[in-house]
Each structure stands twice: as C-alpha cells, then as structure tokens.
Design a binder for this molecule. Structure first.
Ligand code: BGC
Length: 758
C-alpha cells in the first residue's frame, strides 16, 4: 500500500474513528475498519514460540499449542545469529499458519541483575551480543511476513514495582548499554513494531518520552512502524500520544479515547499528530496482512528445529574428563527435572508446547541400556534422607550418574524478581551427597539465570541446559553421550556470590527510584574491570575438542583471527573479539584508564563468530570494526563520538580467556578542533587533532615554567599536575602581555592554518 493510498483512507476517516484506531480492538487485535477495507489483524505473545489465545466452541479461552523453542536466555548462548534467524523463521511459519500478523517479541532488555524475574526472556548482559542475536531473530520472523515487536523500550530491567519505578541512569549507560539492542533492531533488522515499557526512565514514563520515542527511535534511527504500549502501561494517554506512542494496548473501553478527543478540542493534540499515528498503524497492517486461510506446518520438523537449537545453546561449564559418557553402561539418572524438565519461564511468554521430551527416554536410547532413575527431590523441591539414600545408592550401583537440578517454575516468572541467587536447598544437598559417593557425576542445570553453586568444586562435570525449550531432552542426551559436541558459551557472567553482582547495592531501588549506580559497568564490564573472581566468565563454554588461536592480523580496521581445531573430533568455537583502550600516555591509573575524560571498561565485546571446524581443520575469521566499536556516548554533544588512540584488540575464547592480542590505532575524528578558555589541559594533551606545535606554544605562554622542549615538543608526561586545570586558570602566570582571549584566538587561527595546509 502506497503512502497516497494510506492518506486516502485517513482522509475518509472521522476524527472519532482515527482516535479509536489508535488503541487495540481488544487485547490481541488491532482496530479494524471494514467500511474502508482495513482488516483486523492479530498479535500474539511469544517470543520463543507462538502463544495464541483463542476460544473453543464453548467460548472457553485456551492457548493454541505451538513449538516451544529455547527462550532468549538460552538462544544467546548459541552466539549464532544464523540460528536465531532460522528459529525466528520457523516461529514465523507457525504465526502464518495461525493467521497471526504480529509476534510480540523479542524481549531485548539487558540483564542488569541476575535476579530480574524476566531475565529468562532476555538475551544477555552485553548490548552487542543481545543486539546481534535479537536482530537476526527479527529478520527471521519478518522474512515470513510477520511483524516482530522489539520490547520493552526502554531500560526495563526489573519486575519490582514495574509500573511505577524509575530507572535513573546516566546518558552514557543509557546509550552505550541499554539502547543499542533496540537500535540494531531498527537499523539492522527493520523491526516493524516497538513496545514501550512499563517503567519510567529518569523520572519520565518510557512511552511519554518524546526525545526517545520520536526523536531518537523514529528520527535518528529511522523506525517506520508503530509504537504500542505494553499491556496497561498507559498512565497519561495524551502525553504518550504527543511523545509518539501510536497505540494503547489493550483498549480502555473508550475512556481514554474521550480524553484524546477532549485534548484535540483544547488544542493540546493536533490532527497532524493523530494522522501520523494512524498512518503508522495502517502501514504495519497492510505490510503484515494475515494469511488468507489457516495453514499447516510439520510439528515433527519444528520439533527437530527446536532440538537443533537446544543443542547449540547448552553450555558445558565444567568437565574434569567424565563427559562424554560411554554408551552401553549402567547410568543413574537423578532428579525430577529428568522427567518433568524446566524448559521455559512463566508469565506472558509461556508457550503451550506441542510436546515435551522426557529426558530419560532419550538417555535410554543414547545409552543403549535402560538407566536407573531416582527422584532425588519431591514435586515441591524438598528432599529427605530416603530420597537422598535412594539417589546415592543408584549412583554407587551404576558407578556414574547424571543429576538434573535447577530453578523451579516459581523462581522464574514475569512479575517477580528473585531475592537471591540460590538453588532450592534440596538440590544442593542432593548434589553434594551424590558427588561424595560417586566420582563420575555430571550435573545438568535448568535455569534461565546464574545461581550460586556451593558444590561447584565437587561436581566433576556441569552442563548448563539453561531453559532448552520443548526438545531439550534429546539435546541433553546427545551432548551427555558425545553425539553432539557442546558449543554454547555463556551470554552472561556467573558470579561467585550474589553480593558480587554490579547491581547488588541498588537493585531494585528505593521505593520507586532505582539508581543505576554501576553505570556502564554491567556484567563482565564490572567483574573484569574490578578484576573480581567469577565462577564462570562471560563467553565461557567448553567443548569435547580443543581450539588453538594461531594468529591475529590487523589491516586498517579489519582484524583477522585464525583458529585451529587441535583435538580429534569436530566442534564449534565461538571466536570473540574484545577491545580495550590502551593505557593513556598521560593520564593513567584511573579506573578503566581514562581517555578524554571518559572512563572505559577494561574490555568490551565488538565482534564474534561461531566457526565449525573438523578435527585438525584451521579457518580464518575476519572482523570489520566500525566506528561504534571505538566510540563513547558524549552527553555534551548528545551523540556517539569515536575516541582516537591506540586500542588492544583481543581474540578470546571468553572474556577471561584471551588468546591473542594486537594493537589497532584509530584516527577517525577529522573535524577541526576548537580551543576555548575553558578547555582542560588534559584534553589538549590527549586529543591528537590539536597540532602539537600549537599546543606547545599555548602551554608555554600559560605556564612559562613548562618542561623543556626536547625537539619533539613539550613533555606532557612531566606536566601531569597541570591536567586538572582549564586554560583560564593560568591567567595570572601569563607573561607575554596578551590576554587569555587573544592567546586562545591565536591558537585557533594557527589550528585553522595548520589544517588549511595539511
Ligand atoms: C508483558 C509483555 C507482553 C504483554 C502481552 C505484558 O505484561 O510485559 O511482554 O507482550 O503483557 O501479554
């Protein structure tokens, strides 16, 4: 549908129709207008499967069954955008089959605290990884003609007081950590809809922030779909409208439509503002019309796709050589999760799965002989002397055991944050007892977030299945018996203690105010900069083979890393690329090494690639680094800015397993710099755009005692003490008879001349 056609529809709508068009028809449908040929489209939750609410013949509500894929917490561990795209495509197919036009996902909020109740719906603590995986997922969904929805925009990192809390954070943290996933969803994946979040940000409700919803999202990033509210998020419909929130979901029975009408009559809202929103909605509707009739898909094929995804997402955290298990020998299988696994979280994303693997069946099949099962804990996740004795006996008799443990449903659900990072005490007790009695034990964890593991040193092997979706059973069995070589890597740090996490002191706020005191230091940016011990670092994950990083080469901004599989079986390695700012020559010693007055984390992720390698095979992976990799967000200019200088680029197997490094020098900023009397000496010394001769001359005039010129200019290192001053503060020492303004003017003229000639 062309812009003109949309305009012609709008021209035929009454004001009341336009206003009512900007709220849903009901909880799951956009408004339609049969008179003008605007059909009704349906939107449904997901995101890791279709959650379509429907009614049966008796009028009773139910959820249509669908394939349940691994939720975002697991998908991110794949570090494989092409996999995320395939999963998105498969879910898109199910949406088409069910005539659904909008899938309400993915959720792409950053995991600020390991205890956020909705972490299982989110991808990572790192914005780049989160953005790459979620964008790929969006491309997959939208490739099927179904609109995706980037949610929850923005800074929605806790469930506590989610309708009233304010996330209070710096502009740097906002733009460097919490917004990039959304930006990628718009710029790289062209996401069709955005859902704003419940919370406030720096005091303002997310959907009422014009600077974000209109100026940034639409204006700067180029979003051209429609923005809807989260369900019942609207506080002030008129304010939200004016900020750029196009649609209220679900509708308010006309109550807020009347408020909007009133606001129009009072001149608070213009017809243009209303028309813009209607046009945004119509654009999405006509681009994502539902399939004409219901379709079908193959549940078997989709189950296989879910199994494949699960295999790529599980992370082998530890292996003292017990895994993979050999087939055909007795095996004790312990823990109720083996029979009734945890494979997704609770709340609006809960998918009604088409089927769920019984893990024991798959273990039997892979093992070739039947396994011995023991409950270990009861349905309420309590244990007893008898249950433990039964488990210990099974492990002793079989000589090897796999224990299934993790967080019960009640621990991980929308609407509630956890107060700790513990597993149920019964699970810990059981694992300790079995590990004491048997030395060939593998623990399989099922949880969407990190936990404290008091038995981590005693367990010989730990496989983290995260929440693996409906087909996790086969995936677990194939990894445990070595049919599949594990290749997942952690998308979040697993700290040693709850108290270590960056948000610990501030989460989840004082009343309705939550201070993001850790600032840009989220996840490994915090643990690594503070050089803290962690249990398992970001990016960590073992394989049954070994990889050697054989070379790193830098050419311009292209970094090429070569990796070799030096083991005896095929496997996949996730090559990670991090940057660190080289210690600044003048100002070193601050946290994160300050450059230009900006602090930098010890390292940050700028690239990754999952490479498949046969035994003995070697491959080169090239990474192209763009400006953003070297940038900080400068609140003064309200934009990102490349910081010139030298950077260490590290090829790594995890954030704590750096294999190779090289130096890359960046000189990107070619603008002509300007000096003012309030320029800080530090900036003058650091910013390579200032011609050294000009700086030397100015400094000498202002600080007559400045160090000797060694032929290459003044020794700035010797002048560290001056770094805290701005130029005008040296006014009293000017001996040359010129005023500070004259000196500055002369310096700027010299700079301009320098650039004119160079
Ligand atoms: C959740 C959204 C969800 C919506 C519709 C809200 O409570 O925050 O993520 O899409 O409900 O179910």
């Amino acid at each position: 549908m062309t812009k003109e056609q949309i305009k012609s529809i709008i021209d035929q709508m009454t004001l009341e129709e336009k206003i009512s068009f900007c709220s849903g028809h009901d909880a799951w449908h956009a408004e339609s207008l049969a008179r003008l040929g605007v059909p009704e489209i349906m939107m449904c939750d997901g995101p890791h499967g279709l959650r379509k609410r429907d009614r049966n013949e008796k009028g009773e509500a139910y959820t249509v069954k669908a394939t349940c894929f691994p939720p975002a917490c697991a998908m991110a561990n794949s570090w494989d955008p092409s996999l995320a795209e395939r999963v998105g495509k498969t879910i898109g197919e199910e949406c088409r089959a069910e005539q659904v036009s909008i899938l309400l996902g993915p959720g792409m909020n950053i995991k600020r605290s390991p205890t956020c109740g909705r972490n299982f719906e989110y991808y990572s603590e790192d914005p780049y990884l989160s953005g790459k995986i979620s964008s790929a997922f969006i491309k997959g969904v939208q490739g099927e003609g179904v609109a995706a929805c980037a949610k929850h925009f923005f800074v929605n990192n806790q469930e506590t007081r989610r309708f009233s809390t304010s996330a209070n954070l710096s502009q740097r943290a906002l733009h460097e950590i919490y917004l990039p996933s959304f930006e990628m969803a718009v710029r790289e994946a062209g996401v069709a809809t955005v859902m704003h979040s419940y919370n406030r940000v720096n005091g303002k409700y997310a959907g009422e922030d014009k600077e974000m919803v209109t100026d940034l999202l639409r204006g700067k990033w180029g979003f051209d779909g429609y923005v809807m509210s989260d369900w019942n998020a609207i506080s002030d419909r008129v304010a939200a409208y004016k900020a750029g929130t196009d649609v209220e979901m679900p509708p308010s029975n006309g109550i807020r439509d009347r408020e909007v009408l009133e606001a129009y009559k009072n001149g608070e809202i213009t017809m243009e503002e209303i028309d813009n929103s209607v046009a945004n909605v119509l654009g999405v509707i006509f681009r994502h019309l539902p399939a004409e009739k219901k379709g079908t898909f193959s549940p078997d094929e989709h189950h296989l796709a879910a199994a494949k995804a699960a295999e790529e997402c599980m992370v082998l955290l530890k292996n003292d050589g017990v895994l993979p298990f050999e087939s055909g020998k007795p095996l004790a299988v312990i823990g109720g999760f083996a029979k009734k696994p945890r494979f997704q979280g609770g709340g609006s994303s809960h998918v009604e799965p088409l089927r769920v693997d019984d893990i024991t069946e798959y273990l039997n099949a892979e093992n070739g002989i039947e396994v011995t099962y023991a409950d270990g804990y009861d349905a309420s996740h309590n244990t007893s002397a008898e249950l433990i004795a039964e488990a210990v006996n099974a492990a002793k008799t079989c000589g090897r055991a796999v224990i299934f443990a993790g967080m019960p449903d009640s621990y991980e659900t929308e609407g509630r944050d956890r107060r700790h990072m513990k597993l149920p005490p019964a699970h810990n007790e059981l694992i300790k007892a079995v590990c004491e009695a048997c030395d060939k034990v593998a623990v399989v964890l099922m949880a969407g977030s990190p936990n404290e593991l008091p038995w981590v040193n005693e367990a010989p092997a730990i496989l983290h299945a995260y929440l693996g979706g409906q087909a996790l059973g086969g995936a677990v069995a194939r990894i445990v018996f070595g049919k599949v070589n594990p290749s997942g890597k952690l998308a979040e740090t697993h700290p040693v203690r709850f108290e270590d996490n960056p948000a610990y002191l501030n989460f989840a706020g004082d009343g309705d105010e939550c201070f993001y005191g850790e600032d840009i230091y989220v996840g490994y940016r915090w643990y690594d900069t503070r050089k803290m011990d962690v249990m398992f670092p970001f990016g960590h994950g073992l394989s049954y083979t070994e990889f050697e990083y054989t070379s790193i080469k830098v050419e311009g901004r292209t970094v090429t890393v070569t990796v070799k599989n030096i083991g005896d079986r095929a496997g996949k390695e996730v090559v990670q690329l991090y940057l660190s700012a080289c210690p600044h020559p003048v100002i070193s010693g601050f946290v994160g090494e300050s450059s230009f007055g900006f602090k930098r984390p010890e390292k940050w992720l700028v690239g990754f690639e999952k490479v498949e390698l046969a035994a003995g095979e070697e491959k080169a992976v090239a990474f192209e680094l763009c400006d953003r990799a070297f940038s900080v967000y400068d609140a003064k200019i309200k934009d990102f800015r490349v910081i010139d200088g030298d950077y260490t680029v590290s090829a790594a197997a995890s954030s704590r397993d750096i294999r190779l490094t090289a130096v890359i020098g960046i000189e990107a900023d070619r603008s002509i710099p300007v000096i003012t009397k309030n320029t800080v000496f530090e900036d003058l010394f650091y910013d390579k755009r200032y011609p050294k001769r000009v700086v030397d001359e100015l400094v000498k005039a202002l600080i007559p005692a400045a160090g000797a010129d060694n032929g290459e200019g003044l020794d700035f290192e010797a002048m560290r003490d001056q770094n805290r001053f701005v130029l005008r503060q040296k006014i009293t020492s000017i001996k040359c008879g010129r005023s500070i303004d004259e000196l500055v003017e002369k310096a700027n003229a010299d700079i301009r001349e320098h650039y004119a000639n160079n």
